[in-house]
Design a protein around this ligand. Structure first.
Ligand SMILES: [Zn+2]
Ligand SMILES: [Zn+2]
Length: 298
């Protein structure tokens, strides 16, 4: 399924009541790519998605109140898969992306006997029911949490008839969990050996996607977007690391962030990570947001 220009303009919603900075930001095309027709077995070929307009979102989304503006990252049974440095990098990205405080909680080790487990139907490797982890995260959710996102090395399944999930989240309870199990062997070659930044980009992509769901943003059908659904690692890797204009407007409405400050921090993050294409894309957006002079180095 693809959408024409008038559909996404409708999805962006009327701008007449929006703040001046928002109107200015969305006056240009957003430098985004259209979403092509899905290939067989890609997400939109096998899932019926109707899209969520800005107006749909604003009718139902709940803005974080002053006492609950912290995103908690909760490592769950990460074993040796994620170092403290890696978790700090993920937290720095989430802070820049969502413009909210982010804290990493101490490692949570779960007793397998308390979890529903099975062997993955596609790979025969151990899996955990994601709902069990969500229930545990919700039971321990801090009072000042906007949301709690678990990150685990265990492979997840969200439903008995689904082979696996990269992540699962509850918008109502604002808890979620993502898995890094399929970012390396035996599901794919060792990402760190192929490209040192590949694991980092995958982690950043999946955590922003699931936190986006917890913020109330549904799957995107309008552009190539971080909020596109994905049914394979290859399809997941094709998603950009940023939001399309429709979903960016939702996030800005939710948290009220300053575009210039957000893009400045994201540009610094990707520059420090050595990801020049993403840093350059962000720099272009920063110019639109602030009309400011952009130096080659942050
Ligand atoms: Zn999703
Ligand atoms: Zn989008």
């Amino acid at each position: 399924m693809s959408v024409d220009g008038s559909v996404w303009l409708d999805a962006l919603g009327a701008m007449r009541d929006a703040p001046a900075a928002v109107r200015a930001m969305f006056a240009s095309d957003g430098a985004v790519e259209p979403l092509p027709e899905p290939l067989p077995r890609e997400w939109l070929a096998i899932h019926e998605e109707h899209g969520q307009t800005f107006d749909d979102f604003a009718r139902t989304a709940v803005r974080p109140h002053a006492g609950a503006r912290t995103i908690y990252i909760q490592p769950v049974d990460t074993a040796d898969a994620l170092s403290d440095t890696c978790l700090a990098t993920i937290a720095a990205f989430a802070g820049a992306f969502f413009q909210m405080d982010v804290r990493v909680r101490p490692l949570l080790v779960l007793d397998s006997s308390s979890l529903v487990t099975r062997l993955a139907p596609d790979a025969g490797t151990p899996q955990v029911y994601a709902g069990d982890i969500l229930a545990r995260l919700y039971a321990d959710k801090p009072a000042d949490a906007f949301c709690v996102l678990g990150i685990t090395a265990r492979d997840l399944f969200p439903h008995p008839i689904v082979s696996f999930a990269f992540g699962e989240a509850s918008t109502t309870c604002r808890v979620g969990v993502v898995s890094v199990a399929r970012y390396g062997p035996p599901f794919c070659e060792d990402a760190s050996g192929r490209h040192p930044g590949e694991m980092r980009k995958r982690c950043c992509r999946v955590i922003a996607h699931e936190i986006g769901h917890m913020a109330g943003i549904a799957h995107c059908i309008y552009f190539r977007c971080l909020m596109n659904g994905s049914s394979s690692l290859a399809e997941s890797d094709r998603r950009p690391l940023h939001l399309c204009p429709v979903d960016l407007r939702k996030l800005q409405w939710l948290t009220g962030f300053d575009f210039t400050e957000r893009y400045r921090r994201l540009r610094e993050f990707w520059h420090a990570a050595g990801e020049a294409p993403e840093a350059d894309w962000i720099a272009g957006r920063l110019q639109v947001a602030g009309g400011m002079r952009v130096n080659p180095d942050p």
